[in-house]
Design a protein around this ligand. Structure first.
Ligand code: PEP
Ligand code: MN
Length: 356
């Protein structure tokens, strides 16, 4: 349920609504919607609770939200959320490109990649220091040493860093070194970890679980959001289907569906979906054309020697070419949006003229 206050509502009136919600035993989440303050009521408010809130000063309306993921829903907030990581903006005009190795392997590997992708115009560096591997015998990541390497690359290139949080034990380390916290597909429903991530005070990149529905992804985002984290970026990375010709099936329709259901930005990781580098550029281009706010790809200077996910890593040359293509698609998408906005404005003014 959301409580919409009048545009001129006083801070005292807002405080009284929050008190009333808390007395009813629910949590209140305040946000701004243009001129107005909107308060999300999280809990199970009754009809009586609703009527009581409606009767308070400066309350304009009290509206039920028909989905379980309240705070991340479009019903709660119609305008797109823009998530900022340093100077990078997810959900702004420009397509955000994140690139880097699957796993941090060495200083030389990460610095080579970071310098290259920076030169190509990428916006952020990715790299796992703690790796969720299917086999316990596979390379598990360099841990804090890996995070230090990422930080060195960030200090040199100024590319903000996203890295995965695998366990509650590593929260302090990730908080110290990473600019954005990744919750991987395997942990999308690790509800304690989601809550902890939401309390870290850092933007969160939440990947879709390999067999998670869109509704489950949004409920996972709600866990993070309900702890006070507003800066959440969702990532479609392929889901498990009966198809075996790709590692996972990239659910391209998740992009427009999520854009309908949530105000959070949605990016796409074509690398884990494809599982094979030759397929990655086509999927990345499709995602950009389909309205993704960003693309995250794995890159390696020598994929045949990669300690994890080598077959899907783009070479440095392939990344350079893909980035050029993505820039062109991003520019085209911006033109299309401008044209749609103009078209929409023209249609609205026609409607106004005819109803005048
Ligand atoms: C990753 O991005 O490094 C990763 C492990 O991805 P996912 O959680 O989507 O498998
Ligand atoms: Mn990987």
């Amino acid at each position: 349920m959301i409580v919409i206050l009048r545009p001129d509502a006083s801070p005292t009136a807002v405080g009284k609504v929050v008190d009333a919600i808390e007395r009813q035993g629910h949590a209140a989440h305040i946000s701004r919607r243009g001129e107005r303050t909107v308060i999300g009521v999280v809990g199970s408010p009754s009809e009586d609770d609703r009527e009581q809130l409606r009767s308070l000063d400066d309350v304009e309306d009290v509206v039920r939200i028909g989905v379980p993921y309240k705070l991340v829903s479009r019903e709660f907030q119609a305008a797109d959320t823009i998530v900022r990581v340093g100077r990078v903006e997810f959900g702004g005009d420009e397509l955000v490109v994140i690139a880097g190795p699957c796993a941090v392997e060495s200083r030389e590997q990460v610095l080579t990649i970071a310098r290259h992708i920076k030169g190509c115009g990428a916006h952020m560096l990715r790299g796992g220091a703690f790796k969720p591997r299917t086999s316990p015998y596979s390379f598990q990541g360099l841990g804090e040493e890996g995070l230090k390497i990422l930080k060195a690359a960030r200090d040199e290139t100024h590319l903000p860093v996203v890295s995965e949080l695998l366990s509650e034990d590593d929260i302090d380390l990730l908080a110290r070194y990473a600019d954005m916290i990744q919750i991987g597909a395997r942990n999308m429903q690790n509800f304690r970890l989601l809550r902890e991530a939401g309390r870290m005070g850092k933007p969160v990149l939440l990947k879709r679980g390999i067999s998670a529905t869109i509704e489950e992804l949004l409920n996972a985002a709600e866990y993070v959001r309900s702890e006070g984290c507003e800066d959440i970026v969702l990532c479609e990375r392929g889901i498990r289907t009966f198809e075996r010709s790709t590692r996972f099936t990239l659910d391209i329709s998740a992009i427009p569906v999520l854009r309908q259901l949530t105000h959070l930005p949605v990016i796409v990781d074509p690398s884990h979906a494809a599982g094979a580098r030759e397929l990655v550029p086509a999927l990345a281009r499709a995602a950009a054309a389909c309205g993704a706010a960003g693309i995250m790809v794995e890159v390696h200077p020598d994929p045949s020697r990669a300690l994890s996910d080598g077959p899907q890593a783009l070479t440095l040359e392939m990344f350079a070419e893909l980035k050029r293509d993505l820039d062109r698609i991003s520019a085209l998408m911006q033109d299309l949006h401008c044209a749609q906005d103009l078209h929409g404005a023209a249609a609205r003014s026609r409607t106004n003229a005819s109803s005048a």
